[in-house]
Ligand binder design. Structure first.
Ligand code: GAL
Length: 633
């Protein structure tokens, strides 16, 4: 468990990039800014193990003691995120191979294949050394395994990965026959007669793509094989330190997709996450809110912490705009209001050299007499003034939205009705509409159980393309048992093997429970189209008819003119809605606010004003006026 008596404040600390004379100043300035935690050693492998099996810890011993004396706790990293040059030179099989068969080089970071046995052996040896040496060090309050698993090379197509993938398949399918059925390999002569014939889904001839079942299983495998790495390191740490919590930092960002954090969250002692704004987006505070709410869902009652974000500009977007004065404090407080146990940054002191020298930090190149450092210190003081916040959870919402990483993997595939479909964009547009209407949302996974769903008055399901029979049944039981449900287009189209459910798109859930019979997809040729109730829609229409539901709106034009665009069905003690299109923002807002009014679901704040309650604390953050207020009942 994390300490409940404080909110954590600090960042990644890379003292190995600086001469020792700077360290004392670091600690003095950390104290000045109320820093109480730093993440140490994340990229220190080459400094700790300078040649194979020879470990050097004096510099780390020294800085750990200095931090401890300065009253600054340590989130101790395992240093395995970036293997040293000597390692990949001696063992090139560690380097990952990409989709095109090209081996990636040393010189960036995360240049390892998750299935590599040598990487595992060398990483395990390093963690063993670090955990043994520091388990009892008084500065350490938590452990930080690796860094952002799956960020740079989530998929490796080398032969060792292939073997590991085949073993994974053997554990997931009772027989090769079952695999053939699941992948539909009688299509294009893809049938396998033995496990050894199976390859990883590398690039295939132009205009063709690897088998969809093979692709999605490879993504599942890549998640699992990477999660095994985390568990390996965690278990080594636990041998030496069974008490202090172990985490690894997730990436809660709209376009990070490779790891299934609902699965990962079950393995960590507390969830930690990194979030960076899309800096060109003037409404990026909404994406931030969504990702904070999503992280709370991964954590599912466990504690969670914003482990990294930026004090100002990043260095990896096409245009790296600085944050405006005050923005950073709003951003941090929004995370805290939504449940984070503090606010941590990448990084403490801005690097002088290396590819992140243009990335902002808590202490900029220009030193402490700067806007950024003053704002950082102001935030540190605010968090230090309200340590009790850490012992409360963010209030539960009345509305839940389904989110599922596997839907991203399904929708990333080629050969869809239109290339314009984007699961993350559709989820974000539903969330944005709710945010602007002041309606709070919790996220739930697509495999949530009935009891979880029943805790919500309204459940929203945007583009849940794949649902198992039992998942479909759970949503059906929820809707027919008194729960209100909104299902979006292109949902429940296939089972989890990507085999289409026959007899009307959307399966029984859409055809029989809600009562809309969907025959065919008509992606829109028009940029925007009018619906009969005055709403506007984009991207999508479908040829459909009523099968028990009542129409709210039909398409007024386009190829599917006259078909059902929006429908609802009175199920007695509840209502179910279907959206057979992608509503434009204003219409989506009206649609959801209408439903929430009908159901008596409260709206608080809205537009750019977020009002969030965490126990007795109310956070009021106005993202347009650039103001914030934290009050206690
Ligand atoms: C994260 C990473 C940090 C730093 C940061 C820059 O992805 O964990 O080490 O690179 O991005 O924004």
């Amino acid at each position: 468990m994390l300490d409940h008596s404080k909110l954590y404040f600090g960042g990644d600390y890379n003292p190995e990039q600086w001469p020792k004379e700077v360290w004392a100043e670091d600690i003095a300035l950390m104290q000045k800014a109320n820093v109480n935690l730093v993440s140490l050693g994340i990229f220190s492998w080459a400094k700790i193990e300078q040649s194979e099996g020879v470990y050097t810890f004096d510099w780390l011993d020294e800085i750990m003691d200095l931090l401890d004396q300065g009253g600054i706790a340590v989130d101790m990293a395992t240093a395995t995120a970036s293997p040293p040059a000597w390692l990949t030179l001696k063992y090139p099989s560690v380097l990952p191979i990409n989709f095109d068969g090209v081996q990636l080089s040393h010189g960036g970071r995360q240049q390892y294949c998750a299935a590599s046995s040598i990487y595992r052996e060398k990483a395990a040896a390093l963690v063993e050394q670090i955990a043994k040496r520091y388990a009892k060090h008084p500065a350490i309050k938590m452990w930080h395994v690796n860094n952002e698993y799956g960020c740079h090379a989530p998929y490796c197509y080398c032969d060792e990965s292939r073997k590991s993938f085949v073993n994974w398949l053997k554990n997931h399918y009772a027989s090769i026959e079952e695999l053939n059925t699941s992948w539909g390999t009688d299509f294009w002569s893809q049938r396998y007669y033995s496990w050894e014939e199976i390859v990883v889904p590398k690039r295939t001839p132009d205009g063709t793509h690897p088998n969809p079942g093979q692709q999605i299983d490879f993504k599942r495998f890549s998640n699992d094989v990477t999660l095994e790495l985390f568990k390996m390191e965690r278990d080594i740490i636990k041998k030496y330190d069974p008490i202090k919590p172990v985490t690894t930092n997730f990436m809660s960002m709209k376009f990070t997709y490779a790891m299934d954090y609902f699965a990962w969250a079950k393995e960590v002692d507390f969830v930690s996450t990194d979030h960076y704004l899309a800096q060109h987006d003037i409404e990026n505070h909404i994406d931030l809110a969504q990702m904070a709410d999503l992280t709370r869902a991964f954590a599912k009652g466990k504690q969670w912490l914003l482990m990294e974000h930026s004090s100002s500009a990043v260095n990896w977007q096409p245009k790296n705009y600085a944050k405006i004065p005050g923005q950073e404090i709003r951003n941090s407080l929004s995370f805290v209001s939504r449940g984070s146990q503090g606010s941590m940054y990448f990084q403490w002191r801005q690097s002088q050299a290396g590819s992140e020298r243009m990335h902002s930090s808590m202490l900029p190149h220009a030193g402490e007499d700067t806007r950024v450092f003053r704002e950082v210190a102001e935030l540190g003081a605010i968090l230090a003034a309200h340590p009790e916040i850490s012992s409360y959870e963010t209030d539960k919402a009345a509305v839940a939205m389904v989110f599922d990483y596997e839907q991203i993997w399904a929708m990333m595939q080629a050969n869809m009705p239109t290339d314009d479909l984007s699961y993350p964009d559709t989820v974000a547009s539903w969330y944005r509409a709710l945010y602007k209407e002041g309606i709070k949302v919790d996220f739930v996974p697509a495999n949530a159980d009935l009891e979880t769903l029943k805790g919500y008055q309204l459940v929203l399901m945007p583009m849940a393309h794949m649902l198992t029979e039992s998942e479909e049944k759970t949503f059906t039981d929820y809707a027919t048992g008194g729960g209100n449900l909104v299902v979006g287009y292109f949902s429940n189209i296939t089972d989890r093997t990507l085999r289409v459910k026959l007899g009307g798109y959307g399966g029984n859930l859409v055809k029989d429970v809600i009562g809309v019979y969907v025959e065919e997809y008509y992606p829109l040729r028009e940029a925007s189209i009018k619906l009969s109730n005055g709403f506007t829609a984009k991207l999508w229409s479908e040829l459909s008819r009523l099968n028990g539901a009542e129409a709210i709106a039909t398409f007024e034009g386009g190829d599917a003119k006259g078909s059902v665009a929006l429908a609802k069905r009175d199920l007695g003690s509840s209502t179910a809605w279907y959206q057979g299109t992608e509503l434009e923002d204003d219409s989506q807002r009206k649609f959801f606010s209408g439903i929430c009014k009908e159901l008596g679901i409260e709206s608080v704040g809205g537009e750019h004003l977020e009002i969030t309650k965490r126990g007795p604390f109310t956070f009021e953050i106005d993202n347009a006026k650039n103001t914030f207020k934290v009050t206690r009942d």
